[in-house]
Design a protein. Structure first.
Length: 267
């Protein structure tokens, strides 16, 4: 077997970057440096978990207040929420606290990871990663607001009007919270489409002309997706598909503006 210093993995820059894989000839020192960086990452993740845990405890302690906010829509629609299992109400309060703590901890996690990788990024990568991080937070928040204030009310309205009037609506609070959480999560992820495409273009995985040529396919796919994952209401489907397609066009516009500012020309 060769010595630990044979065939070292080349570092990112001449200065040694992190100093983890540099050919220093001192394997012990390199090993300690490597574990030092893992320790930094571990502390950052523990910080995020700690913040989420404290937030979850606080949200659970004031559970009645937040439950009333989330149950506003069924009350306005005249729906009675019940729990049919002894532990269902407690589990629902706990699930709400966890969901809200994840909303608080998400931006903290992104910032901690960004601060961890920033020293390893070159100038070109920083210009991509930092704006992408800001866009991720804003778009995810926009998707959640869109889902809660627009899409979810329409979904509840459809479920209420579906079927005959002889069946009285009395929903389980556990199923209601699960449905609400899934819709918010899906919309939050879908709204990240522009930043994903923008990063692909800036890193060379996609070209601007490919985004332009793919317009008709994207539009068709969005309408099919809206028909599958939204209530079968034509108005709701059109609005959802139109909003998502507008995000696609905004992505193309952002890429064109950034390349124009660089003086680049694209056919």
């Amino acid at each position: 077997m060769g010595s630990p210093t044979e065939n070292p993995i080349p570092n990112r820059d001449k200065a040694g970057g992190f100093g983890v894989f540099g050919n220093t000839g001192e394997s012990k020192k390199n090993e300690v440096t490597f574990w030092d960086h893992l320790e930094v990452l571990r502390r950052k993740l523990l910080t995020v978990l700690g913040i989420c845990a404290v937030a979850a405890v606080l949200f659970f302690a004031w559970g009645d207040f937040f439950v009333q906010l989330l149950l506003r829509l069924p009350e306005e629609l005249g729906i009675d929420l019940i729990y049919i299992k002894p532990q269902e109400k407690f589990i629902s309060y706990l699930r709400i606290a966890v969901y809200l703590s994840m909303v608080v901890g998400g931006p903290v996690l992104i910032l901690e990871l960004l601060s961890f990788v920033m020293p390893a990024l070159n100038r070109r990568e920083v210009k991509v990663v930092v704006p992408a991080t800001v866009l991720i937070v804003l778009l995810y928040a926009g998707g959640i607001f869109f889902a809660y204030f627009f899409l979810f009310p329409y979904a509840l309205g459809f479920f209420i009007e579906f079927g005959t009037d002889s069946v009285r609506a009395a929903w389980s609070i556990g199923e209601y919270i699960r449905l609400l959480g899934s819709i918010l999560l899906v919309c939050g992820i879908i709204f990240l489409l522009p930043v994903v495409l923008w990063v692909f273009v800036k890193t060379g995985l996609l070209e601007l002309y490919q985004l332009r040529r793919g317009r008709k396919y994207v539009l068709l796919g969005l309408f099919i997706g809206a028909a599958l994952f939204t209530p079968p209401d034509p108005f709701t489907q059109i609005v959802v598909a139109a909003i998502l397609y507008s995000l696609y066009e905004i992505t193309i516009l952002l890429v064109r503006v950034s390349e124009y500012l660089k003086g680049e020309k694209h056919e």
